[in-house]
Write a protein that binds this ligand. Structure first.
Ligand SMILES: O=C(CO)[C@@H](O)[C@H](O)[C@H](O)[C@H](O)COP(=O)(O)O
Ligand SMILES: [Zn+2]
Length: 197
């Protein structure tokens, strides 16, 4: 008897999340990225986030949890998903090309000490690579979330979280689990350290 295809999706997700839970390199990268975000936000810097397709939605999701809240009551902190402004996205794309949609916004909004968090499951999207190059040039800290095929992002990312999969939707699920863990860690540190601000 063939297996229920929906159950197969859940089983594949579970297996991938289990691999991620045992992946000490991924866990260390998530902790590093959390500490980097805590330090940047405490110093008054901001987090800029980028991604395509489902990862654009993930970028917005993560930004909303820094600006709003994850679980705890605490002040808002600065994070902007560069995936949301349709006027900027269409104008930049129309006038300069799709590759520059994020790069141009980083040149306008990024300041040294800010963090660029780039989500790309393939690690090969030209608009993401151009943005990471611009961020480096401008003195931002660069962090990447990718999958097994995106390891070359290490060359342009100060911190890289690699989901142990080469399947885009599965990688995205691991990214969001890691992102929630990072938001939780950041929120605890910022809420506990509010009196330092
Ligand atoms: O969400 C999904 C698949 O789950 C798609 O929309 C996916 O995000 C798009 O194909 C993206 O263009 C992939 O870009 P990237 O992750 O390789 O940078
Ligand atoms: Zn969430």
């Amino acid at each position: 008897m063939s297996q229920n295809p929906i159950a197969v999706h859940f089983q594949q997700s579970l297996a991938a999340l289990q691999r991620a839970a045992n992946d000490t390199t991924l866990l260390a990268a998530a902790s590093e990225i959390a500490v980097t975000i805590i330090d940047a936000l405490r110093s008054g810097n901001k987090v800029l986030l980028i991604g395509n397709g489902g990862s654009a939605a993930d970028a917005q999701h993560i930004a909303s949890e820094i600006v709003g809240r994850y679980r705890k009551e605490r002040p808002g902190y600065a994070a902007i998903a560069l995936t949301t402004d349709t006027s900027a996205l269409t104008a930049i794309s129309n006038d300069y090309g799709f590759e520059r949609i994020f790069c141009r916004q980083i040149e306008s909004l990024g300041r040294p000490g800010d963090i660029l968090l780039a989500l790309s499951t393939s690690g090969r999207s030209p608009n993401i690579l151009t943005a990471l190059d611009a961020a480096r040039r401008l003195g931002l800290v660069t962090a990447g979330f990718t999958g097994l095929k995106g390891q070359s992002l290490r060359e342009v990312c100060d911190h890289l979280l690699v989901a142990p999969s080469d399947d885009t939707p599965v990688i995205q699920q691991i990214h969001m689990t890691a992102a929630h863990a990072i938001c939780d860690t950041v929120e605890h540190a910022l809420a506990d350290g509010d009196s330092d601000r």
